[in-house]
Every structure is written in C-alpha cells, then in structure tokens.
Design a binder for this molecule. Structure first.
Ligand SMILES: Nc1ncnc2c1ncn2[C@@H]1O[C@H](COP(=O)(O)OS(=O)(=O)O)[C@@H](OP(=O)(O)O)[C@H]1O
Length: 298
C-alpha cells in the first residue's frame, strides 16, 4: 500500500470495524452485536451523538434534571456511572440494576441500536453539531486521550474524517441515518448550536420530552450548572478521574473551548474549500440546518 493509502487507514491498534462502523477496541464486536437484543424499558432515555457533538454536555444536563443530588451537590457520582456508555461498558455496569429512568449514552449509528428502540420504545435525544467544529474538536481530542489514534497532521485527520475513517465512521452517514429513520424512534433532535444560543429553551425541550416537571428555580439551577464556564470547573465533566485505560495523555481539558465557529481558527481557506467540496451539497439535503458561527445561519 502507498504511504498515502496507509495514512488513510485507521490503525487496528485503536479501532475495529463492525458492520460498517468503527469502534474503539475497548469494546468487542460480540458486545456490540448483543445490543440488538438489549431489552428496552419505556422509561429508558438514550443520548445519541456523533463524537464531539455535545455528548457530555447533554449527559450533564440529564444528570442535573433527573437527580436532585446532582443538582444540589450532595451526590458526587462519575458521569459514566450515572449515564453509562451502551457500546463501551468499560465499568461493567449492570444495566438491569440502574435506577429508572435509565439513561444511556451512545455513538451508535441508527441501524446498530437495540431492536426495541427502533420500534419506538424508550426515548432518544439526538444531538448534532456543525461538522467543521466537530472535526476540529475531534482533532484536538485525538491528541488528548489514549484510546484514540493521534494524527498530528490536521490535513490527514480531515481526510480521514471526510472519508469516515475515524471512530464512529462518517459524520454525514451518522446524522443522515438518524434523520432518515427518525420515524422509527421516539426521538428529539437538538443541535449543539441551539443549546449554545438558548440553553434554557433546550433544557425545557428535554424536560418536556422526558415528561419531567421541574420548578422555575430548579430549571435555573440546571441551566446555570450546565454552562460551559461552570462545567469546565467540574472534574466529572472533564473526565478528571478517568480509569487508567481511558487516561488522558495530552495537555488541556476535555471542555476545551465550547464555542461555535472555532473551526475558523484551525482550518485554512483551502481546507475549508476542500471540506465544502466534499460535504456541503450533502449537508444541504439534511433536515437540520447547521449554524457555522453565531452570526450566520445557513
Ligand atoms: N457546557 C458546554 N457548553 C459548550 N460546549 C461544551 C459544554 N460541555 C462540553 N462541551 C464541548 O463539547 C465538545 C465535546 O463533545 P462530546 O462531549 O460530544 O465529546 S465525546 O464524543 O463525548 O468525546 C467539546 O468541544 P470543543 O471545546 O470544541 O472541543 C467540549 O468543550
């Protein structure tokens, strides 16, 4: 294989491919396959995202909405214990014994989710983010965490991202798959940018969707604690107490910048043009309209 082709292939040391989707090696094809038959309860909630789209943010919002102890600071539970990963059950959580409503988090494409979920059992909150900010956030994240292959050259990282040769595969396939199959799920779509613009409205949408009534004061408390500035101070949101096998290798924080339009600080004009050439026509076919910076909307 030529050097260029080699640079495009994700290393088997970090990922495996199962039915067209790349997974990190801290799960197994058997576990992913078993999820098809995972029994869903009506009250279950799934936070579903492509990586770097606002997963931990939404996990924190759900923890704050559902758990008084999280809201008033009397309980200190790690995010991944409160809301475990479905396909990366690294702490071997007993999913059956989680308190109701169970909340899971997943990067699964729609077609690998539990069958019950695809039959409108349980609820899905799907959060998406403009893919240029996803790309840049993903690039920095790969330098930050040991479970991802580090690709120091942004050009190569971008080409892999555009070709879907990264964990969770192609951004467009993920988002379009979920949008096109929305009717199979009981699903709420949110975007990172709308959460950023009006967090309170997003929190209210979530409460409404999951049927949770909170007082005005409680809503205020959720919103206040879910801002970037406040979450950045929270060791749980920053994975500060990560288990060894997920340890952080780089400098910086999980909550890195938390802005809309940061891609402009990393992508060159040529890279932006290349990105648009590959993805923009496709993006225009999506029912979600993305915000590329907080001044302009497409
Ligand atoms: N409260 C709040 N407000 C705004 N932005 C926030 C917030 N919490 C997390 N983030 C930003 O979300 C990015 C991480 O995305 P994910 O949590 O989806 O990452 S992961 O897939 O779970 O690894 C990452 O984006 P970047 O800062 O652009 O890298 C985080 O900073």
């Amino acid at each position: 294989m030529s050097d260029n082709r080699l640079a495009m292939e994700p290393s088997k040391e970090f990922v495996f491919n199962y039915k067209g989707c790349y997974f990190a090696v801290n799960t197994t094809p058997e576990h992913v396959a078993s999820l098809e038959n995972f029994e869903i309860k009506d009250s279950d909630i799934f936070i579903t995202t492509y990586p770097k789209s606002g997963t931990v943010w939404t996990q924190n919002i759900l923890s704050l909405i559902l758990h008084k102890g999280h809201r008033n600071g009397t309980e200190n539970m790690e995010t991944m214990d409160r809301i475990p990963w479905l396909e990366y059950n690294i702490r071997n959580a007993d999913f059956d014994s989680l308190p109701s409503p169970r909340v899971f988090v997943t990067h699964l494409p729609y077609y690998l989710t539990p069958r019950d979920l695809r039959n409108r059992k349980g609820r899905v909150i799907y959060v998406s983010r403009n893919p240029k900010d996803v790309l840049v956030s993903y690039y920095h994240f790969s330098k930050f965490i040991v479970t991802l292959e580090e690709i120091p050259d942004f050009n190569i990282f971008m080409e892999r991202f555009l070709a879907g040769k990264v964990l969770a595969s192609a951004w467009f396939d993920h988002v379009s798959g979920w949008c096109n199959h929305a009717k199979d799920f009981n699903i709420l779509f949110l975007t990172y940018e709308e959460m950023k613009k009006d967090l309170r409205s997003a929190v209210l949408k979530i409460c409404n969707f999951i049927g949770k009534k909170l007082s005005e004061e409680e809503i205020e408390s959720v919103v206040r604690q879910a801002t970037f500035e406040n979450m950045q101070k929270d060791p749980r949101a920053n994975y500060a107490n990560m288990p060894e096998d997920l340890a952080i290798k780089g400098k910086g924080r999980f909550l890195r910048k938390g802005t809309v339009g940061d891609w402009k600080n990393t992508m060159t004009v040529a890279q932006n043009e290349r990105f648009d050439e590959v993805l923009m026509d496709k993006i225009k076919t999506l029912p979600i309209k993305f915000t590329w910076d907080l001044e302009s909307e497409m």
